[in-house]
Design a binder for this molecule. Structure first.
Ligand code: ATP
Length: 370
């Protein structure tokens, strides 16, 4: 009866109030997180925020000082790594150089003494998953970095783990290959329906692949939401600056939904906890929500800041303009390259925006991201 009750939760991960210390240092601080079966969830945050430690506790390489971890509905606290229905893929592929690709992939089955014929069939399937069956007889050194990472992936998936843990698996690849692999990994994950917990410090990577992102800070979760929601409605200035870019205007909260800044009183929507009137607050506007106008348009066009163009960079489909707005602040404005107005260094411009694109966060100072 117990196994049939547990079946629907296969692949679910429940982390409850988990703390992990290394001496005085608290690596993970009362973390609670629930990953749904079949979900692609990313742990995102700067170096040292506790991503890898969290992953290693799910895998069983580290043990929480406090709290509990359930996999597929069952506490795994006493279980060694090889008794958990999880597998891990690391940045370093850790393939055995003296074995062929097929032998590398078969390794886990061999350890469990799976019959030879079944091994052969499952290796073929696992290599098909990553479209590398034709390389079965090669040695890992005869493969590119991306191919080696695919082999590591198929080796980790051959035992059909309920949960696959991935620790920056694409970090060693160059940018183009990395983007291809992101797409491939996401497609593979949705096809298999395996739960993926993916560690990265790269926000673009997390945004492009995840069902949900847990943005971590100092051993805890600052925000847990779908990529689009995190992007549109960050819960704090920390999340706002870590995901995408922001132009910040520091000031003081006034009334319910406005902040007094050097650019006047800006209306916007609060992200996270609303600050009391009179307290420090910051208005944030993303570069892609800003536009450039001529300074003389100011009176008619609503909110804006005048400045001087410092630099213009071509980013392919967009043009990024850096504008000195005084007070030692530089705003970034990103405009679609096709049909962009001619702008040159030294031009006087006005940065404008729609009030609906302004987010207000409690607090002061430039939020730390590391
Ligand atoms: P990175 O992206 O750099 O890997 P991370 O977010 O994965 O960072 P963790 O590796 O989980 O962070 O580390 C969290 C904190 O715990 C850091 O302050 C780190 O120095 C500390 N820490 C991690 N492992 C150990 C260890 N074995 N001994 C002592 N301190 C550790």
């Amino acid at each position: 009866a117990q196994s049939s009750a547990a079946a629907p939760t296969r692949g679910g991960v429940e982390i409850t109030d988990v703390t992990k210390r290394y001496g005085e240092a608290v690596a993970v601080d009362r973390l609670t997180l629930s990953v749904q079966p079949g979900e692609f969830l990313s742990l995102l945050g700067p170096s040292g925020c506790g991503k890898t430690t969290t992953l290693r506790m799910i895998a069983g390489f580290e043990h929480p000082d406090e709290g509990d971890i359930h996999l597929s509905g069952r506490s795994v606290l006493g279980l060694p790594p090889n008794k958990r229905e999880v597998n891990t893929v690391f940045q370093a592929y850790a393939l055995f150089p003296h074995m062929t690709v097929a032998e590398n992939v078969a390794y886990g089955l061999q350890q469990r003494k799976v019959p030879k014929a079944e091994q052969r069939q499952r290796v073929a399937e696992a290599l098909d998953m990553v479209q590398l069956r034709r390389f079965a007889d090669r040695k890992p050194t005869q493969l590119s970095g991306g191919q080696q990472q695919r082999i590591a992936l198929s080796r980790a998936l051959i035992n059909r783990p309920a949960v696959l843990l991935l620790d920056e698996p694409l970090a060693a690849l160059d940018r183009q290959l990395r983007e291809e692999m992101q797409l491939e990994l996401k497609l593979l994950q949705s096809r298999l329906g395996t739960t993926f917990v993916f560690v990265t410090h790269d926000q673009a990577e997390a945004l492009s692949m995840s069902d949900r992102i847990a943005v971590m800070r100092a051993g805890g979760i600052e925000q847990l939401a779908a990529p689009a929601d995190i992007y549109a409605d960050p819960a704090s200035a920390y999340v706002a600056s870590f995901i995408g870019q922001q132009n910040f205007l520091h000031g003081t909260a006034v009334g319910d939904d406005a902040v007094d800044t050097f650019a006047g009183t800006l209306r916007g929507r609060w992200g996270g906890i609303q600050g009391a009137p009179g307290s420090a607050a910051v208005a944030a506007i993303r570069p892609e929500f800003m536009r450039l106008a001529s300074p003389s348009d100011g009176a008619v066009d609503g909110p804006g800041v005048n400045g001087t163009v410092l630099g213009v960079s071509h980013l392919g489909e967009t043009l990024q303009v850096a504008v000195d707005v005084g007070r030692e602040q530089t705003f970034l404005v990103r405009i679609p390259a096709p049909g962009a107005p001619a702008v040159a260094v030294g031009d006087a411009v006005r940065c404008t925006w729609n009030p609906s694109d302004v987010r207000i966060f409690a607090g002061d100072g430039i939020p730390e991201t590391a």
